[in-house]
Design a protein around this ligand. Structure first.
Ligand code: P1T
Length: 401
């Protein structure tokens, strides 16, 4: 189905999908073949080698392309402007290959630690990239950085991992357009159900499919999507040339995950809102950061660019600062039971973690301090369990601190 007017929940099931012409199968087969027989050298059915062409991967790529509204449906671009990779970082690494040696990359100052590590500790050395980090929730800082550095690409995570800062994507896309830069959004925390950056003018959207798209903590993957035909052409070339493609089994799992994405995002968002309000009124808690709370510094921007089809929706991620010190945080993290202490997010089960020690350890200590990633910062990924049980678990652990 390629109907761009269909409701996003309908597109979760049917977007970019067709029943199998041979058997009528409603889910695509997992095509494991690494190669395809040719009738004569160069005469084939459009499939040569599975790194370049794989129907199971295409099915997932087309599903994401439909959800992110790429608007690309030409038959020759079987992916419809969506590209799937072996991990979120593989997607990011491939996207960065659109830049050349010496190019400036303007990036959000707070983002997943692994993205920072790739940009600064790998590509700065191997590709000669010049990353500059600014707080993009402050648009005047973005304007000043464009003037000073003339970046060729702007990379914005919104909301950010882990401090949940929100940036005005439409304004950033516009300034990138004015300067001829490629604007990319890491949309992992929202999924296309809550936020569609291409509709806001961004050129490329990236996801760690390991998180909400997959949704069940049983697959590692990544995607890029674009509606700009020239960028789609470059990404297709880079995906095949670099080769960090998503395998067919993983593509099948991700496609299966996408079918329930709408339902899950509703549940994650509604439960997280309840939990954020409960935490905000708890006396053991110093501060809660959640884009849905009126106290969030960019609540108004978040309300404008993030929503559920049924109304307000701000996702399943909550950041909390506990009163006390690292030992208080440790006791809390050791006491919760329903929330598993683990890296990652976006699965059906609730997870909890300590970014300073776990996901953001690769960010230099001074930068962590400047960003407020302190020893008492705890990050929740709210799953789809009953929210009352989750709140009871948190209250019990807070009482034990
Ligand atoms: O883990 P991988 O699929 O390679 O995705 C990297 C990535 C990219 N962008 C964001 C916003 C992310 O959160 C991640 C991965 N994050 C975690 C593993 C984490 O626990 O935060």
């Amino acid at each position: 189905m390629n109907d761009d007017t269909a409701h996003i929940f309908t597109r979760c099931i049917h977007g970019g999908q067709e029943n199998c012409e041979v058997t009528g199968a409603v889910m695509p087969p997992i095509y494991t073949s690494s190669t395809y027989a040719q009738e004569s050298p160069g005469v084939h059915k459009g499939y040569e080698y599975s790194r370049s062409h794989n129907l199971t991967r295409y099915s997932f790529e087309r599903a994401v392309a439909s959800l992110e509204n790429t608007g690309i449906t030409e038959v020759q671009d079987a992916s419809h402007g969506g590209f799937a990779f072996s991990s979120g970082l593989a997607a990011t690494a491939t996207c960065l290959e659109m830049l050349s040696t010496g190019d400036c990359l303007l990036a959000m100052d707070d983002m997943y630690g692994g993205t920072y590590r790739l940009m600064s500790l790998v590509r700065e050395r191997s590709q000669g990239l010049k990353p500059v980090y600014v707080d993009m929730s402050d648009f005047s800082a973005v304007e000043a950085a464009f003037k000073e550095h003339q970046p060729k690409m702007v990379w914005v995570e919104s909301p950010t991992n882990p401090t949940l800062k929100v940036s005005d994507l439409a304004r950033i896309a516009k300034i990138a357009d004015d300067h001829g830069a490629i604007a990319v959004t890491d949309n992992t925390f929202c999924s296309p159900i809550l936020q569609r950056p291409l509709d806001l003018g961004m050129h490329v959207v990236m996801h760690s499919a390991t998180k909400y798209l997959g949704g069940h903590s049983d697959v590692v993957g990544g995607v890029l999507a674009t509606r700009v035909p020239e960028i789609a052409e470059r990404l297709r070339f880079l995906q095949n040339s670099i080769g960090s493609v998503m395998g067919p089994f993983d593509a099948y799992l991700c496609l299966r995950g996408v079918k329930t994405l709408g339902l899950r995002m509703e549940r994650h968002s509604n439960s997280a809102m309840k939990i954020a309000r409960m935490l905000e009124s708890h006396d053991k808690v110093e501060r809660v950061v959640y884009p849905g709370l009126e106290s969030h510094p960019q609540h108004e921007v978040a309300s404008r660019q993030m929503s559920l089809p049924s109304g307000p929706g701000y996702g399943g991620m909550i950041t909390m600062f506990l009163k006390g010190d690292i030992e208080t945080a440790r006791r809390f993290l050791e006491t919760v039971e329903l929330f598993a202490l683990a890296e990652s997010l976006g699965g059906v089960e609730s997870l909890i973690e300590h970014p300073a020690i776990m996901t953001h350890a690769s960010v230099p200590e001074e930068s962590r301090a400047a960003l407020g990633i302190s020893d008492t910062l705890v990050r929740f990924s709210v799953g789809i369990e009953d929210p009352d049980d989750l709140m009871a678990d948190i209250r019990r652990a807070l009482d034990a601190c």
